[in-house]
Write a protein that binds this ligand. Structure first.
Ligand code: COA
Length: 175
């Protein structure tokens, strides 16, 4: 399974992604904006464990962002249970060397299209820390709407932050 973008593609995981995953993920400028389940430091053991899990995914919900045959970042859909089952979360990160190249807004649009086409969902949601304007811009460029700000909802590395909630509802995607 491969989804082509301009200058990159989204594809499934390979065991030989471990070295690039470890290299790009082991960066405080990446982990600072993600859930604590994304480790820091990020070891080769963490990379191999993650890839082993991702290679067993069915359906494929978590993709490698591939630039010139190498992992440059990751984008995925996080399913939720119970009353939230039709409103999963979308999450992503890019190796810092690739920042500013315009990959991520396009990658988010491709994932939105994939998710709304292949999954029985009505909405995608993202929670962005208040200190991450880059990611807010990415979502806005991909047609997400800021629906609210949850005050002091997050503690990351000892700092209390607001959470900016972005949503995109299936039937209002512009054509
Ligand atoms: C979020 C992330 C994927 C964005 O990738 P990126 O390559 O920087 O994204 P782009 O360059 O395509 O777009 C970023 C936009 O933010 C803008 N921007 C950059 N710094 C900014 C700042 N301090 N304030 C406001 N906007 C800013 C850029 O100008 C650009 O907008 P433009 O295209 O209109 O000029 C990347 O920074 C990342 O992986 N961060 C760490 C993990 C993360 O935050 N994941 C998301 C969690 S919600």
């Amino acid at each position: 399974m491969e989804i082509k973008g301009q200058g990159f593609s989204l594809r499934g995981w390979r065991i030989d992604d471990a070295a690039s995953l470890q290299k790009h993920a082991d960066n405080i400028n990446v982990s600072s904006y993600l859930f604590n389940r994304f480790p820091h430091p990020y070891t080769m053991g963490n990379a191999v464990e993650w890839i082993s899990r991702m290679m067993k995914q069915d359906p494929l919900l978590n993709f490698v962002i591939d630039v010139d045959g190498e992992l440059a970042g990751v984008i995925g859909i996080d399913m939720r249970n119970d009353i939230y089952q039709k409103a999963p979360l979308i999450g992503y990160w890019l190796g810092e060397t690739y920042w500013g190249s315009g990959i991520m807004p396009q990658a988010v649009k491709l994932m939105v299209n994939y998710a709304f086409t292949h999954m029985d969902i009505v909405r995608l949601q993202a929670g962005v820390f208040s200190n991450n304007p880059r990611s807010m811009r990415v979502l806005e460029k991909a047609d997400f709407v800021k629906e609210g700000i949850l005050k002091s909802a997050i503690i990351k590395y000892g700092v209390i932050l607001d959470e900016h909630v972005y949503g995109l509802v299936k039937w209002v995607i512009p054509s």
